[in-house]
Design a protein around this ligand. Structure first.
Ligand code: HXC
Length: 257
């Protein structure tokens, strides 16, 4: 597939996926969402990729769904086509996806960032769910993921008023993992991604799955789930290698099996 709205680079077991509709502040149209889903499916299937970084430009991670594309939709079109079903490819990825956010992450852009496993924010980042100002509400998980991420009161305020919040507030309330200077954002995200991609892929996938399970289950079931995954890792080559390397005081050579 020839990509028009995204750019891709891969090196050192890491894929960098850059949203690229600069004239529309990376507004998320159907083409872009389709291309992101296609690229992610490729990374998922590629044994040479261990981690993905999703980023935008210095001005915008993404300023939301493409309002020009949405304006004339009818209920029947929206419902029958179920276009939002194509949006959550990032949330379904098994490999880790890091969001590197500079500038605007609004509406569907904020939702897309929240579908990633964690968010690194440039000091220029601005997050918000301004859909209410357009006469609609968040449609791609924003009302749910924001509450789980930052709690009801702040999520409700942002969703009801459409107010934007800056990087410092976003870090304080736990939406972002950490803030980095804007000119270092992609390098820092790639550094984290390379660290993750060099680790044992089965352990990384299970760690992600176990953490995600915390959202979906009561504590006792989550702990049982974690324990089953933990036991199963003793069947991997990389568990023996990782522990042997520690005891022999040398770096491990993970084979991702
Ligand atoms: C389509 C958009 C866009 C969007 C920006 N543009 N955001 N086009 N959809 N969401 C376009 C503008 O039309 C303009 O192009 C160009 O990008 C630059 O934008 P400006 O507004 O001129 O820039 P600026 O004055 O710097 O303001 C930046 C901004 C503002 C504050 C981010 O653009 C803005 O408020 N954008 C909309 C944010 C928003 O409401 N997002 C939620 C969308 S709904 P032209 O060619 O016109 O000059 C949503 C629902 C998700 O996300 C539900 C799941 C699908």
């Amino acid at each position: 597939m020839d990509y028009e709205t995204i750019e891709i680079e891969t090196h050192d077991r890491v894929a960098l996926l850059r949203l690229n509709r600069p004239r529309a502040l990376n507004a998320l149209n159907a083409r872009l969402i389709g291309e992101v889903a296609d690229a992610l499916a490729r990374f998922e299937a590629d044994p040479q990729i261990g981690c993905v970084v999703l980023t935008g430009s210095a001005e915008a991670f993404a300023a939301g769904a493409d309002i020009k594309e949405l304006r004339d939709k009818t209920v029947a079109e929206a419902y029958l086509d179920d276009f939002l079903a194509r949006w959550d490819g990032v949330a379904r990825a098994r490999k880790p996806v890091i969001a590197a956010v500079a500038g605007y992450a609004l509406g569907g852009g904020c939702e897309l960032a929240m579908m990633c496993d964690f968010i690194l924010a440039a000091d220029t980042a601005k997050f918000g769910q301004p859909e209410i100002k357009l006469g609609v509400i968040p449609g791609s998980g924003g009302t749910q993921r924001l509450v789980r991420s930052i709690g009801k009161s702040k999520a409700m305020e942002l969703v009801l008023t459409g107010r934007l919040m800056g990087a410092e507030e976003a870090e304080r309330c736990g939406l972002v993992a950490r803030i980095v200077p804007a000119d270092k954002l992609v390098d820092e995200a790639l550094k984290s991604a390379r660290t993750i991609a060099a680790l044992s892929l089965p352990a990384v996938l299970m760690a992600k799955e176990a953490v995600e399970r915390a959202y979906e289950t009561p504590l006792s079931e989550g702990v049982r789930f974690e324990r089953r995954l933990f036991y199963s890792l003793f069947a991997t080559h990389d568990q023996k290698e990782g522990m042997t390397a520690f005891i022999e005081k040398r770096p491990p050579k993970f084979e991702h099996r």
